[in-house]
Design a protein. Sequence first.
Length: 409
Amino acid sequence: MSPETKKQSGFAGRVLERIGRADPRLIEAALQQYLAQKQLLEVIFENLQEGLVVTDSQLRILTCNARARRWLGIPPRRRMTGESLLAHISVPEIFQFVARTDFSKPQRVEQDFRPACFAGITLQLTSYPVESQDGSLFSRVFVLRDVTETRRAELRERQAERIASLATLTAGIAHELKNPLNSLQIHAQLTNRMIAGVRNGGQTVELDRLEASLRVILEETRRMTRIVDEFLGAVRPTDPEKAEVALRELVEKVARMFLPECRQADIALEVVCDADLPPILLDSDQIERALVNVIRNAIEAILEKRKAGDGTEPAKKDSIAVTCRIDGDDALIEVVDTGCGIAQENLGKVFEPYYTTKFSGTGLGLMNVYRILREHDGKVEIESEVGRGTRVRMRLPLSQRPVRLLPKA
């Protein structure tokens, strides 16, 4: 017999010995109290508004309440303890998600579903890992919630915001397109006159003037394309498709995109990310787009400062520092530049549609950043000082950390 077995046997023996000496009435009262508490917990568990399933690390069912049985399509009163969860899910959308998801990793997983068999209902499935003391996966808790009204309320709120800003956006794009259209018309007329002069004889084409006009036409066309693209992004935002994403890899990927441009402009681009940053629940495409907007603004702010400068060599090389770390309950992405900065009286306007201090800006970039972060339950913070630079903080809520069991007493 092993020492551990002897220890357990000794403990059990002492308990049985004491029970044998105890008053039977006290034992009976204690057992009745235990059974009453157990019955109360079972009633609460079975009547929860959320569906709850607990499995072991191999997704074998340990317990499952009535609400979870209904939403997973499991017949009532069927014994399932020890059987595979996947074998009992009869709702196709949820079955496919569970079948293709790797639940062996100690991370939180969350997904919304609109099952055809529950017309009009939106279900949210959230899975939490429970780790043992040594860090290995002990069990998984699956929670199913009816989030139909929550999602409808969120949709109504987003629609109200879009309608409220639509008039501003429409008036703004008309104004923004008018300027390049005027420029296009002027340079198209100049080009047409040069061609007419050649056709009528006696005149030669001034290639420098023709090239300059064509260059302006191309630049203004690109500007109009950018205006339209950002306008469409503002009025037709898509709901984020969230998944667990390694934020460090995403940040480093975006930074690599800007390295050649920064080298050419003699801007130092520094990236520092925490090595132990956990996976974050987000839409990688949307967060990448937001970070691209912020870094693009930083580069343009540095170039604007150089244009407005006195031509002397700066005492310190211009730089953009991108950091990514945990800050409380958030994952914090911070972009700090040494650009021209924003006046304090204008900081409150930077998220308004079509507000910009740049000649070639559309005024929609930071508005889209704000919208993307808001739809991720995050937020954007900006600090700036004219002539010294700008600091942009993008905060994203951390996915719930793995639950660890308390150490044995």
